[in-house]
Design a protein around this ligand. Structure first.
Ligand SMILES: CC(C)=CCC/C(C)=C/CC/C(C)=C/COP(=O)(O)OP(=O)(O)O
Ligand SMILES: [Mg+2]
Ligand SMILES: [Mg+2]
Ligand SMILES: [Mg+2]
Length: 557
């Protein structure tokens, strides 16, 4: 082996500057693709106008007193799966209040598994805790296991599988149902055909409850054509609604893409993950309603700041630089510019300018507090990222409880959910903000899911890059178990956190569902991005598929 020329190596080291934990992240999948869209407002208004008639017709159907309750629930189910609930929320809740009040278990004695599961899903999705006892009759009284004969009822099994995702703690029949139905569906899926095959494949890949609402609505429209065709007005409204949303979302994506390009992040901090469409998709996952258009743009920008921050701390800055930047973020003052490294000054200036602009805008509506809450959460996560960096720098492996205390912060779900509130308007009242500030159980559960699901999917590459703190390694160290056992335990914690979110969304709720939805949907987006791999660092699968479905090509229906 040739003698190593130590002089050259030493020489290289001094001119090349400090050693940096570079990650060489894969480049953007999309480049400037979404910059060229131009919104035709008259086209948008045309869709809005065309929606009026089918919307009125559907409203009449929803309030129709002569309709049988199971048929009514089945219609509401399709409305919900198509993402149309928000257009009829009062009417739907009035119907469900009435039917739920009349509920008694005996009425379900003769109802088949599929209808029972549709009813169960509608009630649970809309916040009514229909008892899971409605499924008792499908279990064998002696063995206590699910009756084998239901496993030939594929639609019923599929409905039971989707129903089980809505379970809360203590509903053991649904714990069993989830694994029982998943096993059965996997064993038959290859022998199925047509829509039913597509429906089973779709749910096995990701159940509706863990999916991204906007995408799930499109998939339901494609794979449940029979259910969507029960009423002409439903089909018509769904198509027009998708067309309307697509134009609005393409315009929002253009706005944030142009902003990102104008801010020149890719030039000033080239080491970061260039993921603008992916982060916009993530925020779209929180809420797709047209009224939250501005909110999506604001939350996308702040979450893009988080990507710059996370990648700077994880994949570029030295520990000294991290300490200086964290202090500057805590000081939140332009005078701190001179203390931070040259390369991160543009980011710091844009960060402070953007927040100052938001605070000014929201102060006009008397709602600057939501901006301040987001800013304080941003300072909090910078301190959380510094803690991780200090552990890595010293090689310290935190205990699991210590890791999780910091990990709920570095999950970023506190700062993102608070940033999502900024543009939501008057629904974000003082007590809504106070509830978020109280760090409620539902938010903690969403943070835990984000932190631990990400760790399960990224710990190996982070370990290779010398990062000492991940949930997996902290768990192994604290409880002296194998890597596999640690991961299994983390997955159980994630499953239980889902049950807490499901519980938190049931009536009587602490706050309106409008304020809970971003938290629930943030947990859903973790499933979308990290169920099978690190879908954010490597966005060529699910995220690419979803972005293509929603923003590439027109609504072909
Ligand atoms: C943690 C998590 C999934 C956050 C989701 C919310 C979000 C979009 C945060 C912005 C930073 C980011 C993309 C972290 C995920 O990658 P990573 O694996 O580099 O995050 P890590 O450095 O915190 O592990
Ligand atoms: Mg990272
Ligand atoms: Mg990080
Ligand atoms: Mg990670």
């Amino acid at each position: 082996m040739a003698a190593v020329d130590t002089n050259a190596t030493i020489q290289e080291k001094t001119t090349a500057g400090p050693v940096r934990p570079l990650a060489n992240f894969p480049p953007s999948v999309w480049g400037d693709r979404f910059l060229s869209f131009t919104l035709d407002n008259s086209e948008l208004e045309g869709y809005a106008k065309a929606m009026e008639a089918p919307k009125e017709e559907l409203r009449r159907l929803i309030v129709d007193q002569t309709m049988d309750s199971n048929k009514k629930l089945s219609l509401i189910y399709s409305v919900h799966r198509l993402g149309l609930t928000y257009l009829f929320l009062q009417e739907i809740e009035a119907q469900l209040d009435k039917i739920f009040k009349e509920f008694n278990l005996q009425d379900y004695d003769e109802v088949d598994l599929y209808t029972t599961s549709i009813n169960f899903q509608v009630f649970r999705h809309l916040g009514y805790k229909l008892p899971c006892d409605v499924f008792n009759k499908f279990k064998d009284n002696t063995s206590g296991a699910f009756k084998e004969d239901i496993s030939t009822d594929v639609k019923g099994m599929l409905g039971l599988y989707e129903s089980s995702q809505l379970r809360t703690r203590g509903e053991s029949i649904l714990d069993e149902a989830s694994s029982f139905t998943e096993t059965k569906l996997k064993s038959v899926v290859n022998n199925l055909e047509g829509n039913l095959a597509q429906q089973v494949l779709q749910s096995l890949r990701r159940p509706f409850h863990q999916g991204m609402p906007m995408v799930e609505a499109r998939l339901y429209f494609s794979n449940y054509s029979e259910e969507c065709a029960t009423h002409e007005c439903l089909l018509k409204l769904a198509k027009l609604h998708f067309s309307y949303l697509e134009l609005q979302q393409k315009e929002e994506l253009r706005i944030v893409s142009k902003w990102w390009k104008d801010m020149r992040f890719q030039e000033t901090t080239p080491y970061i993950r260039d993921r603008v469409p992916e982060i916009y998709l993530w925020i779209l996952g929180l809420y797709f309603e047209p009224r939250y258009s501005l909110a999506r743009i604001i939350a996308t920008k702040i979450t893009l700041f988080l990507v710059v921050l996370d990648d700077t701390y994880d994949a570029y800055a030295t520990i000294e630089e991290i300490r200086l930047l964290t202090d500057a973020i805590n000081r939140w003052d332009m005078s701190a510019m001179e203390q931070i490294p040259e390369y991160i000054r543009p980011f710091y200036k844009i960060l402070l300018d953007e927040y100052a602009e938001l605070e000014k805008q929201l102060a006009i509506e008397g709602r600057a507090k939501s901006v301040i809450a987001s800013k304080e959460a941003f300072q909090d996560i910078a301190r959380g990222y510094l803690e991780e960096a200090e552990w890595t720098n010293s090689g310290y492996v935190a205990s699991f409880p210590e890791y999780m205390k910091n990990g709920l912060i570095t999950s970023a779900y506190n700062v993102i959910s608070k940033s999502a509130l900024v543009g939501m308007g008057d629904i974000v009242s003082e007590n809504a903000l106070a509830w978020y500030e109280s760090h409620p159980k539902t938010l903690q559960a969403s943070e835990l899911i984000s932190r631990l699901q990400d760790d399960v999917m990224t710990y190996q590459s982070e370990r290779e890059r010398g990062q000492s703190a991940t949930g997996v390694d902290a768990y192994i160290k604290t409880y002296g178990v194998s890597e596999k056992e640690a991961i299994d335990e983390l997955k159980i914690m994630i499953e239980n956190a889902w049950k807490d979110i499901n519980e938190g969304c049931l009536k009587p709720r602490e706050v309106s569902m409008d304020l809970l939805a971003p938290i629930l949907n943030l947990a859903r987006m973790i499933d979308v991005v990290y169920r099978y791999d690190d879908g954010f660092t490597f966005p060529g699968k699910t995220m690419k598929e979803y972005i293509t479905l929603l923003f590439v090509g027109s609504v072909s229906m």
